[in-house]
Design a protein around this ligand. Structure first.
Ligand SMILES: [Zn+2]
Length: 236
């Protein structure tokens, strides 16, 4: 069963109403959701499903289901399970998600300052990192911070662009991240565009204007192996 992914068109949607489609061992499936499932390096959302009685079912994590675009809402331990067909109000932990959005978009900006293949990445609510296949001597924390923040200060609006799988195949230079394959399977691929800065396939949630990031601080640069030089950032 496919879940309607409300965050894909509106990353700022914090709540919605939804109907329970199925309740599995691994999680609860809804007909539509604002919860982003862990993927592309971005952590899954947390939040709550609220029953008509007012009872809150805390959601500890969100994961992808078996089918394309299916989403599993993972209840916290000991939480009651809703019934299939039940209507719920759903809401994500917005401050946590907004931090993820700001950090995720910040990584896109930073990937234009450090010009090297990206071999890994992760976005948590309090910090984010990219791994690069690059010589350590080329990574200067102060420069990365300064240049990333200068781009952020341009305050440009981000855009979502969809292209076909075939168009992406014809433009392999768009894929910077070697470790995370662009989300495929539906015949089209979503690109996140930061005009004048960056364009790359990404299924994650981003801020509308890169100015919302505010600024970043590089907190760590270290080697995690020959092809993984890790740059870790926090919001300034
Ligand atoms: Zn991304």
């Amino acid at each position: 069963m496919t879940t309607q992914l409300l965050f894909r068109d509106d990353a700022y949607a914090r709540n919605a109403t939804a109907t329970v489609v199925a309740v599995h061992e691994r999680g609860i499936e809804l007909d539509r959701t604002v919860f982003y499932p862990v993927g592309g390096g971005q952590a899954g959302d947390t939040g709550a499903l609220i029953r008509s009685s007012g009872e809150r079912i805390a959601i500890a994590d969100t994961r992808k289901g078996e089918a394309i675009d299916s989403v599993l809402h993972v209840p916290a331990l000991e939480m009651p399970r809703p019934e299939p067909g039940e209507m719920l109000a759903i809401e994500i932990d917005w401050p946590r998600r907004y931090a993820l959005m700001r950090l995720h978009t910040a990584l896109h900006v930073m990937s234009c300052v450090v010009v090297a293949p990206v071999t890994g990445g992760n976005i948590a609510p309090e910090k984010a990192r990219l791994d690069f296949d690059i010589d350590m001597s080329l990574l200067d924390a102060a420069r990365i911070e300064r240049e990333t923040n200068a781009l952020i200060a341009r305050n440009v609006e981000t855009e979502t662009v969809w292209i076909s799988d075939a168009e992406l195949d014809a433009r392999p230079e768009l894929v910077k991240t070697m470790s995370v394959a662009p989300p495929r399977g539906t015949g089209r691929v979503r690109l996140v565009k930061i005009p004048g800065v960056d364009l790359q396939p990404c299924g994650g949630t981003h801020v509308r204007n890169i100015g919302e990031i505010g600024g970043i601080r590089v907190v760590k640069i270290r080697s995690e192996g020959r092809r993984n030089r890790r740059v870790e950032i926090v919001l300034a």
